[in-house]
Structures are given as structure tokens and as C-alpha cells.
Write a protein that binds this ligand. Sequence first.
Ligand code: EPZ
Length: 417
Amino acid sequence: MDKIRVRGGKQLQGILHVSGAKNAVLPAMAASLLTSEPIVLENSPQVRDVSTMIRVLQRMGALEPQREGSRLTLRVPKIASAEAPYELVKTMRASVLVLGPLLARCGEARVSLPGGCAIGARPVNLHIMALQKLGARIEVEHGYMVAEGRELKGADISFDSKTVTGTENLMMAATRAQGRTVLRNVAQEPEIEDLAELLNRMGAKVSGAGTEIIVIDGVDELHGAVHPVIPDRIEAGTFLMAAAITRSAVKVENCRPNHLDAVLEKLRDVGVRMEVGPSAIQVVPDGPLRPGNLVTLPYPGFPTDLQAQYMALATQAGGSSLITESIFENRFMHVGELRRMGAHIDIDAHFAVVHGPTPLTGAQVMATDLRASASLIVAGLLAEGETIIDRAYHIDRGYERIEEKLQKVGADIQRIH
Ligand code: EPZ
């Protein structure tokens, strides 16, 4: 099993290029199930979750995908099997995103329930509730959601709470339902807007994505399309934290700063100086870091997927920062590992108090999930000595060649096979 070794204490310099967004390309790939024509996804990241989604789609009848660099072409001429098996879904919860498109395309689906994961129970009751409102019959049997819905009908649906993939599943299911669907209290993440853009390129009628109400007028057929996937705002945020913690003059390029408003505001509040352009953010090393309280929230609030990386940064602030994780009930797995590196953090349920500044020292640590592993790299870049991060496969799920990118700006980081 691969490990990542980081020798810290070096200032970084240069340009960090951001790849396409994992959480935008996965629903876009699922959308290829909605038509028999080719879907071309440009700026598609080469991360492990993309490979897993390809295997899920191939199980359903997708042809061998074509890949030219970051250009990925998918085609599902016909649905050979409407089943997403447990052995794939358990490795990537986002596989649940095939449920809506399968129902829309062939009126049936058998999708393994994702089960819990390191960061929380993560039920899919909201997905099921909303699809049932479109007229689908969904039973849970032997760990699978068995769904049937040959004539989905548009409906007015309110989500009890915001769900990103739940919103995406319903958008895709409603594109070919009869009549109008109105989705209320939906998630507003940029990845949702990006999916709506792709669906409209395929001939769908989706409006309001990015707001709290999305309206979809069903159509009979969808066709092929070419779509540029948005840059990964979480990768961009991770790079900003890496530059800030090492006091480095790094430019984060090919990103969308307007997708990072809450993150940039928080970083400025704690003393990180940045020059922001239309598609790049230049970090300018400056004075000491200040403490800053943080609450993770649905977009446009501060993303939970950057909480762990921010926590690593807060270990260097001149005082205590209170971090409240309001999205997932178990997203502090990185705290134990950061403490092994010398961090002083108290946790109580959803709350963590990070006391700083504390000198970090390299240690052997364990990655527990994707973003926790990113926070250990951020901490390792500053820590005195060597940090060995075990279970590096977690990082590969959502970061494209992260150690090569960081090496380019002078980081002493390697993969140990
Ligand atoms: C998406 O997960 C992202 N994944 C996650 O990124 C991200 O952390 C999360 O949104 C929140 O921003 C993808 O886009 C593939 P939710 P998702 O449904 O859609 C509860 C990463 O690191 N809930 O918005 O699964 C749920 O338990 C990953 O890249 C229900 O109770 O998240 C959570 O507490 C991790 N019932 C909250 O809502 C439901 O049916 C938000 O979850 C659905 C969700």
C-alpha cells in the first residue's frame, strides 16, 4: 500500500495548477446514462473516483471510454444492466448518482445502498423520498434500493435539508419526467450549476441551478454534448492552505475564485494576503496568522471539504480557533493524527478548539479519508522533519498527481510504493 513522505520546513514557490473538479465530473459521468449518444467531458481529472465511476458505468453497458489527456468521452448505447453492485458502491458513495439517470432512461434501477463511511452515517433517505414523489416505487431489499418508475411525472418537491448528490439525482431523473418538476431547498454548490449546464447542453430544460429553487421541464429525449468541467475549488482551497501554512509565494492557477468566496474571506480574516485574479489566486507571504472561528455550511458557506485543511492551518495561529463541523457527524478523524504531529486540539462532538501556535514535528500518521489525508499533507509541509502518511490511496481518490504538483513548487514530497 502506497505511503506519502513529506519533509517539511521548506518555503514553496511557483504555480500550482488546479485540475477539473471531482465532485463535478462524477455527476456529469452519471448523466451519460441519460442518452445513447457520446458525452465528452473536457478538463476531467484523472483521479481514482473517476476510474471507479467508469467501472460502474461499464457494468451498465458503457463502451470503453476514450481518454485524450483531460478529455474523457463516454457513451452508453443501451442499458445492459441497471444494477450498481455493492462491491463498487462501497468503494465510492457517489455511485448512488446513477439512480436518477437509470430511472429516467430505462424506468428501473437496482443500486446498492452506500452504507456509512468514515465521516458519517450519510443516509440517502432524501434521494429516495424525492424520487418517490416523481412516482418511482423504491423498496430496500437485501442492501439494495430496488426502484421502478416507467412513467415519472413532474412534481413539486421540498428537501427537508440540503443534499448535494440528492439534488443532482433528482435533476437528472426529472429531465425526462412528464411535465414540470420544482425542487425546493436544494443545494447550491457550483457543481450543481455545472451539472445543469451539461444537462441543458444535452437538450434538457433546467433553470434556477445555484439558487434554492430549481425548475425542470421534462423532455422526451436527450442527446450527446461536449462539456468543460469546472475547476476543483476544494483542490484550489487545499493549495491555498498549503501556501499559507508555509508562508509561501504560490500562485494557484486555473481556478474560479468566485467559487471560493467564503474560503478567501476566512483566509483574509486570519491574515493570509492574496491577490485574486479572474482565474488565479496569488498568495503573498505576510505577518503571523490570527485565530479564526469557523462553521462549515452548505454552499455558499465554508465547505466541510476544507475543514480539515483549515484545521491544520489554525495550529499555527496566534491563539485559539473554534471549528464547528455542522455537515457531518464524524469529520474529526484527522485530529488524532494532527495531535501526533504536536497539534493542541480539544474536541467535543461537533466542536474542535485548535490552540496555536504550536510547532509541528513530522510523524508516522494514518489517512482516514480523502480530506483528512489532504490536511496531513498540509501539516507535513510545515512540520519539522519527516511525515509518513499511510493509506495514501485516500488522497488519490480526489487529488490528481498531488505530490508531482507540489514537487514543482519545491516541496520535498514523494510517494513510497
Ligand atoms: C457531497 O456529498 C460531496 N460529494 C461531499 O464531498 C461533500 O462533503 C458533501 O456533498 C457536502 O458538501 C460529492 O459531491 C460526490 P450531502 P453528499 O448529501 O451529496 C445528510 C469529498 O470529500 N443527508 O449534501 O453525499 C448527510 O448525511 C466528499 O469530496 C441525509 O441525511 O452530501 C449530511 O449530513 C466528502 N439524507 C448532509 O445531509 C440524505 O438523503 C449533507 O450531505 C442525504 C444527505
